[in-house]
Design a protein around this ligand. Structure first.
Ligand code: SF4
Length: 144
């Protein structure tokens, strides 16, 4: 929003908070190759749809809301990320990303299995459970 008049939700501060949080956790080397991409509106300049984890910031009735997609890939194995479900508020999105990463660390087959490869092997289910809980939705619901 500071740099683009088209933005409907902040992206740079969210990206900074994610970087700060994972620096605090000291997990960067443990996590390995993980592409998180974020866009501040549907124009998708941040190419969130091809992020291993994609974040799309939107405006929902005057409130910033962040939708998550998983499984995007910009390489020769190109794929568009799949939407996980309801979006998250600005306060909820950092803990949500953290839960996704911990789910990956819990479920990966070895330290060498990248996030994107674990997602392809496991599918959406364990990541949705990490985001929303088993059989219920913890994220703030908004109409699509
Ligand atoms: S995705 Fe592009 S148009 Fe939308 S807020 Fe970001 S830079 Fe601006």
């Amino acid at each position: 929003m500071d740099y683009c008049a088209l933005a409907t939700a902040r992206s740079i501060p969210i990206a900074q908070q994610i970087a700060t949080r994972f620096d605090e956790l000291k997990l960067e080397h443990e996590i390995g190759d993980l592409k998180i991409k974020i866009s501040g509106c549907i124009n998708a300049c941040g190419h969130h749809h091809v992020g291993h984890i994609g974040i799309l910031g939107l405006d929902r009735a005057g409130v910033e809301n962040y939708q998550i997609t998983l499984g995007g890939d910009h390489t020769q194995d190109a794929a568009i990320g799949q939407r996980t479900g309801p979006g998250f508020s600005a306060e909820e999105i950092i803990p949500a990303i953290e839960r996704l990463v911990y789910a990956y660390l819990q479920h990966r087959s070895s330290a060498e299995e990248r996030f994107i490869d674990a997602f392809r092997r496991l599918g959406m289910a364990p990541f949705k459970e990490a985001l929303y809980g088993a059989g219920k939705t913890q994220g703030r619901r908004h109409a699509a």
